[in-house]
Design a protein around this ligand. Sequence first.
Ligand SMILES: [Zn+2]
Length: 506
Amino acid sequence: MPDRFYVTTTIPYVNARPHLGFALELVQADVLARHRRQRGDEVRFLTGTDDNSLKNVLAAEAEGLPTQDLVDRNAAAFEALREPLALSFDDFIRTSRDPRHRSGVERLWRACAASGDLYRKHYEGLYCVGCEQFYTEAELRDGRCPEHDTAPQRVTEQNWFFRLSRYQDRLHDLIESGRLRIEPAARRNEVLSFIAAGLDDFSVSRSQTRARGWGIPVPGDPDQVVYVWWDALGNYVTALDYAHHGPDYRRWWADSPRRVHLLGKGVVRFHAVYWPAMLLSAGEPLPTDILVHDYLTADGRKISKSTGVAVDPVDLVARFGTDPVRWWLLREVPRVGDADFTVEKLVDRANGDLADDLGNLVNRVVTMVHRYRAGRPPTGTGEPADAQRLTTASRHAPRLVAAALDAFDFRGATAAIWSVVEEANRFVEHVRPWQLSRAEGDGDLDAAANLDAALDVLVRACRALAELIGPFLPDTAGRIAAQCTPSAGRLPDPRPLFPKITASAR
Ligand SMILES: [Zn+2]
């Protein structure tokens, strides 16, 4: 019975071009989506851009462009990550352009208003435009935003407020009971203590003047613009035609057993507190899983548009190829804790894992089948006794990969795959097919049978690896499968899977 699986990334502001930190989230979501599809589940993978931020307005002003022009240009750069990063998203929503979005945000607003959760209040607070968020004095670090290290603006205005306080107990129960699952546990505990400390109602609109006329007007109050986070969080359902409770909404949200959000640690509160409360208020189902990744640093500094440290994923792919970039993100970034990116680490990983371990294995196996069996992989040979570790690793790997991905542990999943690669290489060194071939040449019939069996096991291990690697490195997986699939009984001529790369490669 196929499951249904809906997975989303956050939608980034488009005030600058995409950086490697967001590529991490896209690639993680892509692996989850591909892995589910491979297992026969029905999958919908959504990403997009948050066009309605004041940050976009300010960036456009700085460049002397109309806001819509800047937003269109930068959003296109995000959508264009699809090819270089080999992403398989099914849908891409743009909050300023997509006709599904505004009507959906309006419906969500009206639903919360109908529950009595929206009210007007005079407000004074400290606002960080970088975060698009109010801070209390206590949350600031030396009077500055903890994310951006900038001084917040003091804002005074009449705003709409959302009665978040009303949902405190329900949210706590939902998260504590695991009905709303937050991974890793450290993030879940942070959210629980944040809720337990007491939830304040939050401002969900701002004046047209402060928004510079950019954004979605509040239904029934056109002097106010919907708070950009309210608008942005809504994308997870507006993209499914929540506005009309259309078939996609029922299929992928209301009736889907898994509704999974991926996000970075800086926006957990919005996704694990504000968003579920908005849905509770609107009477809609909540996400089932919130999977939180930490941040990347580059050469020891935080990657962020606002700190000016940006590593361009498109540039990395142009230099090193798609799969080395995906592989570094998946194999090296831990489930908990920040990871530091350097070009040298990417190069070392690609050369050590992909060129040496995996590339040599596949190339050796295909070459031996050609050299010893004229390209015809032996079949029906029975299992050689000393292949047990390899066959056990192959057999267990799919389950281990699935369990690791369910725990949002990409490093664990890639390690499970790598145990198969390592066992296969060990098996080659152990059985020494070249010696068996020499003995066979001397008329040793046992050696001939053992060589058949060894090549059979190895070709099957390579095919299993193609399958296992598919969600992680789709291109490499396709090339391994092609190398190990006979046509008219013969494998194609061996071709190196991965050339070594160097840090200075262009
Ligand atoms: Zn900030």
